[in-house]
Design a binder for this molecule. Structure first.
Ligand SMILES: Nc1ncnc2c1ncn2[C@@H]1O[C@H](COP(=O)(O)OP(=O)(O)OP(=O)(O)O)[C@@H](O)[C@H]1O
Length: 752
């Protein structure tokens, strides 16, 4: 009897003409597949699963033969076979297979049979039995007869081994479950511990990235947001054959200066951000271009364009040749490389468009049908304020090869024509637009930036190239748009509030990539030939205009250390200027104060002189104050007599000398009090003074200045009253600046 030792669940699956017995672990996790050909069951398909299942679930030995139906007599290809991993093991102790249950229905079993019918039935049964025997034998042959290598080796006890394996499996499953739980626990713990650290690191990283971006941008800005490189191509063989000489003189020590030898042998010097001579290859050119190109991955718009006369090497610089690629290819290659390096932090998407401006019309160079190619495109302002060209093809690219294919296809659609200056002259401005969409994985920041790579049409004057008809019209359009470009750059450089972007399709297209934070790089392409001297000077003048205005002597700081020093000096200057202003203000204030004091002093002098004139008259009766007023200065009688004999209008010097002798110096402002009599104080005064509803005393080292009338009496009275009042605490004293106002007979007077 064939037994199955199954310790888990199982399923049946029908696959074409074979049936698979899938022995599974708990949640239908597949463990074994037993392929059984022509396996059939005595009961219906619904029952067979349940029968089998029950038998296995009960972990009872299962007889495969119990489920086998009679099969056609032994065709070897159709016999029952089990795969080599089969868990169905024929029982070696089994003598003969158990006959499968009769396919007859119980009703049929009960019905009486005719003898002929019975013999036929018997024969049929025998045949079936024989078939089954054959099949079982086949199984035995297949499963029991070991391979020649294994002959003589005792058969292993596979069911026990399976059981063992099963148990081991269960143990391992449990261990695995334990490990999973532990892993989950560790993961949670790690998340709890690391999350705050991760947040801090994330913030630090974001800050650092912003700082790097800012500094990088600052470096570019210090070098100039509009930069001009000049490139001079070598003399061509044709030019040499014609006897042209080189008019460009390079100074190897200065890669920012060049001189042009004019016809009168004089030299004109030009200065640019970098000068590439005929020895500088594409690598050298791109090395200087790369910093600006990189900015586009930080979210800045960049525009690189080549300007120059026909045949000066604009297309060579921008596109290059397959064996010596130019800026376009290298820039995109570098962008893909950098985006790959930053792939764990940023996601970049690249879209490429290629268009040309030909006779002030925009054409999509990536269009693949003549209809599309001739379709007129226009510039519209997009919702984000940038300029867009609706209908322009903009395929997404994922590698430099895709880009190159696109650029090559687009290049074929360019409008070129032959001029006497260049066999294959570009008669249009060709523009490659690369749109970059970036997203940071760290903080989710998104941006869209654009890189324009522009190969302008030749800038030659009309007289230079002998053109007529269509070529003449083209040249007129070219010149018009180039002069519009010059105007825009000039306006940008001179910070003009109005930038004439809309004067040409070219500048209108580039509007969002020229000016502001955008980085612009211009290649001024020149020919070294003496035959092109005029055009060369024109191009260099145009380029100088572009560069010169933007990078005035203040902005252009090639030496960073020096610029830093200058900045510090400027800061110091600004601070000292502020200090100067502050000091000036305080000086003015003091001057004002001084002037007002002068005034007060003058007034007081006048008052004093006024007070002293009657004293002169009653000089004889003047008695110096004694006692408590002993400290007061006693006037010099000789002075008084001098004063008495002098006129009323005596000279100030003499008067001042006198007043000085009369007025003691004050040790403190508190010595000068303004004493105002309250109404109750009036009773202390005599009749003459009672008419005054306010009487003020100025106490100057206890010298009381009062009405000029009856000085002695008044002084005496005043002194008495003053002492009384002081004693009674009825007088109010008030310090009033440097001068005291004295009210005497309702007249206000001032004393020091
Ligand atoms: N730096 C260089 N080194 C070697 N060959 C150069 C260089 N620059 C230009 N040339 C060669 O000079 C020829 C004219 O160059 P190119 O076609 O690039 O000029 P262009 O300014 O684009 O002219 P056009 O405005 O008419 O299109 C080409 O054969 C090119 O290979």
């Amino acid at each position: 009897m064939t037994k199955i030792e199954v310790y888990n669940d199982f399923l049946f699956k029908k696959k074409n003409r074979t049936q698979e017995l899938l022995i599974c672990k708990g949640d239908f996790e597949l463990e074994k597949i037993l392929t059984v050909h022509h396996l059939s069951f005595s009961n219906g398909p619904h029952e067979r699963n349940s029968n089998f299942e029950t038998a296995i679930k009960a972990n009872a030995p299962v007889s495969t033969s119990r489920y086998l139906k009679t099969l056609p007599a032994q065709p070897s290809s159709r016999r029952l076979s089990l795969d080599r991993h089969s868990a169905i093991i024929p029982d070696p102790m089994e003598e003969a297979p158990i006959s499968p249950p009769s396919p007859r229905s119980p009703v049929q079993e009960d019905a009486p049979m005719a003898p002929g019918e019975a013999s036929a039935q018997e024969e049929k049964e025998n045949t079936k039995q024989e078939s089954i025997d054959n099949i079982v034998q086949a199984i035995r042959d297949e499963c029991l007869v070991p391979s020649p290598i294994l002959k003589g080796v005792p058969l292993p006890d596979v069911p026990s081994a399976l059981l063992l394996i099963g148990r081991k499996y269960n143990t391992l499953t449990e261990a695995n479950q334990g490990l999973r739980e532990e892993c989950e626990h560790l993961r949670k713990k790690c998340a709890e511990e690391c999350e705050p650290k991760y947040d801090i690191l994330k913030k630090k990283y974001t800050d650092e990235r912003e700082e790097r971006k800012r500094l990088y941008n600052e470096v570019i800005e210090l070098k100039g947001n509009i930069r001009v490189y000049c490139r001079c191509r070598p003399l061509s063989l044709e030019e040499i054959a014609k006897g042209s000489s080189c008019v460009v003189d390079f100074d190897p020590a200065h890669d920012t200066e060049l001189r042009i030898i004019c016809t009168d042998s004089s030299k004109k010097q030009f200065k640019f951000d970098h000068i590439f001579g005929h020895k500088d290859d594409q690598d050298a050119v791109f090395k200087e271009t790369l910093p600006i190109v990189k900015s586009v991955l930080d979210g800045f718009n960049v525009c690189i364009f080549a300007y120059g006369q026909t045949g000066s090497g604009k297309t060579f610089t921008m596109e290059g040749i397959p064996e010596n690629r130019g800026v376009n290819y290298r820039a995109l290659d570098e962008l893909f490389k950098i985006s790959g390096q930053r792939s764990s932090l940023m996601r970049y998407e690249f879209y490429v468009s290629m268009l040309e401006v030909y006779n002030e019309k925009i054409r999509d160079l990536l269009a693949d049908s003549p209809d599309q190619l001739s379709k007129r495109l226009d510039i519209k302002q997009a919702s984000d304020g940038t300029q867009d060209v609706p209908g322009l093809l903009e395929p997404q690219v994922g590698s430099i090869d895709e880009v190159w294919e696109i650029l090559t296809n687009g290049g074929r659609n360019r409008s070129v024509g032959s001029t006497n200056a260049n066999e294959l002259s570009s008669r249009s401005h060709s523009l490659v637009r690369v749109t970059i969409k970036g997203e940071s994985f760290v903080d989710g920041q998104k941006f869209t930036s654009r890189l324009w790579l522009v190969d302008l049409a030749g800038s030659e004057r009309l007289g230079k190239i002998e053109v007529e008809g269509e070529r003449l019209k083209e040249s007129q359009f070219i010149n018009k748009s180039l002069s519009a470009l010059g105007d825009v750059i000039s306006a940008l450089a001179s910070k003009n509030p109005h930038i004439p972007y809309r004067n040409s399709k070219l500048t209108h297209l580039l509007q969002s990539s020229l000016g502001g934070d955008c980085k612009t790089l211009m290649f001024a392409q020149i020919s070294p030939s003496s035959a092109d001297l005029g055009e060369t000077l024109c191009s260099l003048n145009f380029a100088s205009r572009v560069r010169g205005i933007e990078h005035g002597p203040v902005r252009k700081q090639t030496d960073f250390a020096e610029s830093f020093k200058l900045k510090q000096m400027a800061d110091k200057l600004l601070q000292s200027e502020k200090e100067n202003i502050r000091l000036n203000e305080s000086l003015q204030l003091m001057q004002l104060k001084y002037a007002s004091r002068e005034n007060v002093f003058k007034t007081l002098q006048d008052k004093f002189s006024h007070l002293m004139i009657p004293k002169r008259r009653s000089l004889a009766s003047f008695t110096p104050i004694r006692g408590s007023l002993g400290a007061a200065t006693t006037p010099d009688k000789s002075n008084f007599s001098t004063l008495a004999s002098s006129s009323k209008y005596r000279s100030p010097s003499r008067f001042q000398a006198f007043s000085k002798s009369m007025i003691p110096t004050f040790s403190s402002p508190h010595q000068r009090l303004r004493l105002t009599s309250s109404p109750t104080n009036a009773e202390h005064l005599d009749g003459a003074h009672q008419t005054t509803n306010k009487l003020c005393f100025s106490v100057q080292k206890r010298v009381i200045v009062s009405s000029p009338a009856r000085p002695k009496q008044f002084m005496h009275q005043g002194h008495t009253m003053f002492n009384q009042v002081l004693r009674g605490g009825n007088l109010v004293g008030r310090l009033q600046g440097t001068a005291q106002r004295v009210l005497c007979k309702n007249k206000r007077r001032s004393v020091i």
